[in-house]
Ligand binder design. Structure first.
Ligand code: EPZ
Length: 419
């Protein structure tokens, strides 16, 4: 069983190139279902979740040609199936993103219902309700949702919660529907906006991207495009916080500073020195012990839930009391028990974790439970005195490209070992 062994106490120095965003790449791969022909995606991150999505599209009849430097040629003309099998959906919930495009393109889809996951129940009721409002007939049986519609019709859809993938799924479905669709209380994440811009390039008629009301006028046909994936703001935030954990300084290349405003604001409040050097480069430096700050996760442009576990590591060593409130997922504090093993003083009260800073963490064996928790435990290993081993790494490689190499090149003592 592979584990990461980290020897803490070594400050970081150097630069890190941020990869393309996982949560932009996945919906963009789904969008290739909407048009027939050759697509090219650039800056595709080499991640397990991306490989799983490629396998899913191959099951549906696509062919792929991976070029050099993270380019991917996609031929969607072989689309010949409308079924997303359980064994793939079980591995990656984002597989549900093929549902809207398949119904829009083929008039039918059969997609396994994603199970729950470590961080919460994560239902897909908004996705299903939206498709029904657009005229799809849904039947749920044997753990699959079967959706049929001769042609979807535009509809007015209100999201109780600004769901990222529900907004993406229904925005894609609406592109080929008959008439106008209005998505209200839509998600505003940069990955949603980037998907919408790719769809516009494909010929879709979309207005209001980045606001809570997105309006889509359906068209008859879309065309394939050549498209670059935006940088991963969650990976960028993770490396900003790696300096907060380990000390030293890093230059982050290939970032979009405007996507990082809530993150940079909060980290500056905690005492990290962060400079935006130009429109794609940020420099971060740690000067002494961080201050405890309160954090509340919110939909974009608020502080992202996907960085909640990581900032908790910084607060574990900060000089005071920090209240971290998770408003998006109902069970996203599994990393707390692991951080306690490293000496952190954290108490969970409902949806808040009360973090009392301690002078330092001490290394120990820990187990990752989900993708962002595994990144948090790597950061904790950088901060802790002595040796930390992180198990449960299948999660890490789903969402972080070569994290051990990027950190090692910046001076971290980190390597894979076989337990
Ligand atoms: C996306 O998940 C991201 N994944 C998640 O990143 C991210 O944490 C999340 O958005 C929030 O920002 C991808 O983009 C592939 P939601 P998603 O629908 O779309 C509830 C990572 O680590 N909800 O915005 O599944 C849901 O339970 C992953 O990269 C419903 O109730 O999240 C949650 O409480 C983790 N019914 C809230 O809404 C629905 O139909 C927000 O979920 C859909 C969602």
């Amino acid at each position: 069983m592979e584990q990461l062994e980290i020897k803490g106490g070594h400050a970081l120095k150097g630069s890190v190139r941020i990869s393309g965003a996982k949560n932009a790449a996945l919906p963009m791969l789904a969008a290739t279902l909407l048009a027939q022909g050759m697509f090219r995606l650039r800056d595709v991150p080499s991640l397990e979740d991306v490989n799983t999505f490629i396998r899913l599209l191959e099951e549906l009849g696509f062919t792929f040609d991976a070029g050099e430097d993270n380019q991917l040629a996609i031929d969607s003309s072989g689309l010949s199936s409308h079924e997303a099998p359980y064994e793939l959906v079980r591995m990656m919930r984002a597989s549900v993103l093929v549902l809207g495009p398949l119904v829009a393109r083929l008039g039918k889809a059969r997609v396994a219902l994603p199970g729950g996951c470590a961080i919460g129940a994560r239902p897909i009721d908004f996705h299903l309700k939206g498709l029904e409002l657009m005229g799809a007939k849904l039947t749920l049986k044997e753990g699959y949702v079967d959706a049929r519609a001769r042609r979807l019709s535009g509809a007015r859809i209100y999201f109780d919660i600004p769901s990222v993938t529900a907004t993406e799924n229904l925005m894609m479905a609406a592109c080929l529907a008959n008439g106008k669709t209005v998505l209200e209380n839509a998600a505003r994440e940069p990955e949603v906006v980037a998907l919408g811009q790719m769809l516009q390039e494909m010929g879709a008629n979309i207005r209001g991207l980045g606001t809570e009301t997105v309006v889509i006028e359906g068209v008859r046909e879309l065309k394939p495009v050549d498209w670059k994936i935006i940088p991963d703001r969650i990976e960028a935030g993770t490396y900003l916080m790696a300096v907060g954990a380990a000390g030293g300084q890093l230059i982050l290349e290939n970032v979009v500073p405007s996507h990082l405003e809530a993150i940079i604001g909060k980290l500056r409040e905690a005492g990290l020195s962060i400079d935006v050097l130009d429109e794609t480069t940020v420099k971060v430096r740690k000067r002494g012990r961080l201050k405890s700050v309160d954090v509340k996760t919110l939909p974009y442009p608020g502080f992202p839930t996907d960085l909640q576990a990581q900032i908790m590591v910084l607060m574990a060593n900060a000089g005071g009391l920090s209240v971290i409130t998770e408003t998006i997922f109902e069970n996203r504090f599994m990393h707390v028990a692991e951080l306690r093993r490293l000496g952190a003083d954290i108490r969970v009260e409902g949806r808040s974790a009360i973090v009392r800073g301690v002078p330092s963490l001490t290394g120990a064996p820990v187990m990752a439970t989900d993708l962002r928790a595994s990144a948090c435990l790597v950061l904790a290993g950088l901060a802790a005195k002595g040796k930390t081993t992180v198990a449960g790494l299948n999660h890490l490689n789903r969402g972080y490209e070569r994290m051990d190499e990027k950190l090692r090149e910046a001076g971290a003592r980190i390597r894979y070992v076989t337990a």
